[in-house]
Write a protein of this length. Structure first.
Ligand SMILES: *[C@@H]1O[C@H](CO)[C@@H](O)[C@H](O)[C@H]1NC(C)=O
Length: 435
């Protein structure tokens, strides 16, 4: 498999998800400016960021998770990005969203966490450039807090601050200042963010609650600042909130597996290494469900994404000094990545490899450019998407490896910014092991 090509394409997928005024160096010829009035309803400039998936809502919580995980992969596997000549491109992607989060953090205890309404947005099938619907802006503040959202955004900005520390020290310091404030906001004013932003409840409600983000956020702030107090705080909360259990999956919702790896690495303590080992044993051993062809099948909706996340966590865990069963983790990650790239008999990455998906559930790429009209008829048509959404990982197979390349099937054929985050990091991590 050509890992270099996969990394290159995966970054292009993130560029295709851009909202706002596109830069001169936009590399997606079929994309233009969009969402230019985002934030007008509240008098704030909320242009920028990424569209979530095949739709055009800007959901701050999964967007922030995607940035944290992408950034983690860049920090951990920088050599792979450099070797693939993609380091600057991935930094541009991260900065695109970090800039948006900075704009959305309008004061110490105020953060905009969503633009666009899930229900209204989903009534429209078309290009973001042609959106006509009202796109309301939703925020959290001290009276209506949102701990998951504030803590994850803090983690994302802290991880970006690490990455930009050398190349843009002033920018990095500014990001870190926002991250520090956001974490304090998350910790001080506690509450589930879907109660403050009810529109998100049927889309990205955090079922795991906010305890996992409090630990995860503190760990990223520790890493970015070097401050011992954040590590002590993370350890205390980890203990208090029982974060050492063996999770089923690592995802935009549940950060436990990631925190376990970071804690094992930062402290070297046997306790955390044990928790890491338990999860790896679950993945590689008999605990987790596997499809007949070997994909670890953790959930139905976007099965590939959960498998990719597991592969990424395995490759990060394999880097923890003194960790046991390193080779097993690496082999596990390899098998998952190879499944998605074609070992299963087909590629699950749009535009890459053998028999790749042609009908991703993605409004923007499915539509022709005006004046040709785009509508639900386009959605229901049987042909391929009008443009190739290079690099997007589609949802994935059922637990029996069955899959149909059908636009209407968002469970198996949607794409999303969180799908590619762990995936891209896992490919980079695997690629880096090869030289
Ligand atoms: C572990 O910590 C070291 C030292 O800070 C760092 O270089 C490495 O990237 C970390 N790895 C993980 C998986 O956290």
């Amino acid at each position: 498999f050509d890992y270099n090509e996969v990394i290159t394409m995966s970054i292009l997928f993130y560029e295709a998800q851009r909202s706002g005024k596109l830069p001169q160096n936009n590399r997606i010829p079929w994309r233009g400016d969009s969402g230019l009035r985002d934030g007008c309803d509240v008098g704030v400039d909320l242009t920028g960021g990424w569209y979530d998936a095949g739709d055009q809502v800007k959901f701050g919580f999964p967007m922030a998770y995607s940035v944290t995980v992408l950034a983690w992969g860049v920090i951990e596997f920088k050599d792979a990005y450099v070797d693939a000549n993609q380091y600057n491109h991935v930094l541009n992607s991260l900065k695109w969203v970090a800039d948006y989060f900075v704009k959305a953090h309008t004061s110490r205890y105020e953060l905009y966490g969503q633009v666009g309404s899930g229900i209204t947005d989903h009534l429209f099938w078309g290009r973001p450039e042609d959106m006509q619907m009202h796109r309301p802006s939703f925020k959290i503040n001290a009276q209506n807090p949102g701990t998951e959202l504030a803590a994850e955004t803090a983690a994302a900005l802290a991880a970006c601050a690490i990455i930009f520390k050398q190349s843009r020290p002033g920018y990095s310091r500014m990001l870190l200042q926002h991250a520090t404030q956001l974490y304090e906001f998350a910790d001080r004013y506690r509450g589930s963010y879907h109660l403050s932003i009810p529109d998100v409840a049927s889309f990205y409600r955090s079922y795991s609650g906010y305890n996992d983000e409090l630990v995860w956020g503190a760990l990223w702030l520790h890493r970015a600042t070097g401050a011992r107090s954040y590590l002590e705080d993370a350890k205390r909360k980890y203990q208090q909130y029982g974060q050492g259990n063996t999770p089923k999956l690592f995802s935009w919702d549940d950060k436990r597996a990631g925190s376990q790896v970071l804690l094992a690495n930062f402290t070297g303590e046997a306790k955390y290494k044990g928790h890491v080992a338990n999860y790896q044993q679950f993945l590689s051993g008999g605990g987790a469900v596997k499809t007949p062809k070997g994909l670890v099948w953790l959930d139905q909706w976007g099965s590939n994404r959960y498998a990719a996340n597991a592969a990424f966590i395995a490759l990060a865990a394999a880097r923890v000094p003194g960790i046991a069963n390193r080779e097993q983790m690496i082999r596990f990650a390899q098998s998952q990545i190879h499944y998605m790239l074609g070992a299963s008999g087909r590629s699950y990455v749009v535009g890459y490899g053998n028999n790749s998906p042609t009908q991703p559930h993605h409004g923007s790429s499915s539509c022709p450019t005006p004046p040709t009209e785009c509508s639900w008829n386009t959605y229901h048509s049987s042909g391929p998407n009008h443009y190739t959404l290079y690099g997007a990982l589609v949802g994935g197979p059922s637990r029996t490896d069955s899959y149909t390349d059908h636009r209407g099937d968002y469970v198996s054929n949607e794409v999303a910014v969180d799908y590619n985050a762990g995936f891209q990091g896992a490919v980079a991590g695997w690629f880096e092991r090869l030289y």
